[in-house]
Design a protein around this ligand. Structure first.
Ligand SMILES: [Zn+2]
Length: 323
């Protein structure tokens, strides 16, 4: 970084806190960061201005640049877990546990219904709550995405659980204002799912859950594609694969999706949160970054419309074949 600044005739940051401050204030597209143009939204930052922690953009970019980075770490952790399971049902249960338990409190382990067998298998995927998330002996979780949260300036919550707003941060970064957070008073008794799995497994799980529910409600059977984070085949329909994502950078998503789907034949269905699927800007940037052939055969859907979109497409194709 220092060399790059000197090359560009800029004064480099003097310390690590100085560098963090730079990343908070300067857009990620600033020439000092050397990100190729067109890869990120114009306003994206590498460090969150309120949370002062690497943003989702930063993690998505790192996963794009360095052999899969933190996303690859999530895939490798899940592949390891799959190897430790005796069968697919055990793996499905373990994966579901991770999605439902981003944080595990010591007292959870004494509650009825606690799955001890799964816990023994997944325990190593959890770590103590990192220090920067603990303020005045308390730890906050977002009321919407359930991921770690902070108040701006690392203020301590004063009167019970605070409400999400412009001066708060959560790891999901896109949650609506107005929802009350969860206040955890004894964070030393809490274990947190690793960040790679929080970002690339737990965060998109809301989209995945909603999408799989609509498939089930329409009698569409699905089976997971092994070694992938949120990809399914629909054996009843033959040629469809469904892929659940929650990402903030459409061009990086297009690149990841191209890489994945090139290996899978048929019609891929890309399922995004309604926020992204319904955004003209997001869809346009995503579509423009897909190769022509893939763009022509990909369906993009919000989870709520998933079954209807597939059904319409399938019926249309059958009619086309009979015409
Ligand atoms: Zn959130």
């Amino acid at each position: 970084m220092v060399l790059r600044c000197l090359d560009l005739g800029e004064e480099p940051p003097l310390s690590v806190p100085g560098l963090l401050e730079w990343c908070r204030r300067r857009p990620a597209g600033d020439r000092v960061f050397g990100v190729p143009p067109g890869l990120l939204d114009a306003g994206a930052r590498l460090v969150h201005p309120v949370g002062v922690t690497p943003t989702r953009t930063c993690l998505e970019l790192a996963s794009h640049e360095r052999r899969g980075g933190i996303e690859q770490e999530a895939r490798a952790l899940l592949a390891d877990l799959a190897r430790r399971c005796r069968n697919t049902e055990q793996y499905r249960r373990s994966r579901r546990f991770l999605v439902r338990h981003v944080a595990v409190h010591q007292k959870d382990r004494f509650e009825r219904g606690w799955d001890k067998e799964v816990w023994v298998r997944v325990r190593e995927l959890y770590q103590p709550v990192p220090e920067f998330l603990v303020v005045a002996g308390k730890f906050l979780r977002c009321g919407t995405c359930r991921l770690p949260a902070l108040l701006g300036g690392r203020r301590a919550p004063e009167h019970g659980a605070p409400v999400a707003g412009p001066q708060t941060w959560c790891e999901g970064e896109r949650c609506p204002a107005g929802e009350r957070m969860e206040l955890v008073r004894d964070p030393e008794r809490v274990l947190l799912l690793r960040r790679a799995l929080r970002m690339f497994l737990a965060l998109p799980s809301a989209v995945e859950h909603a999408g799989l529910e609509t498939l089930a409600a329409h009698g569409l059977v699905h089976e997971a594609v092994p070694e992938e984070l949120g990809s399914y085949r629909l054996p009843g329909l033959g040629a469809y694969t469904v892929h659940f994502y929650d990402r903030v950078q459409p061009v990086l998503l297009a690149d990841r999706f191209t890489d994945l789907v090139d290996r899978l034949p048929g019609t891929p269905v890309l399922v995004l949160p309604r926020r992204s699927a319904g955004s003209t800007e997001f869809r346009r940037a995503l579509a423009a970054a897909l190769p022509d052939e893939l763009r022509a055969r990909t369906l993009i859907s919000a989870p709520q419309e998933l079954a209807r979109r597939i059904h319409q497409h399938h019926t249309g194709r059958r009619k086309g074949a009979h015409a």
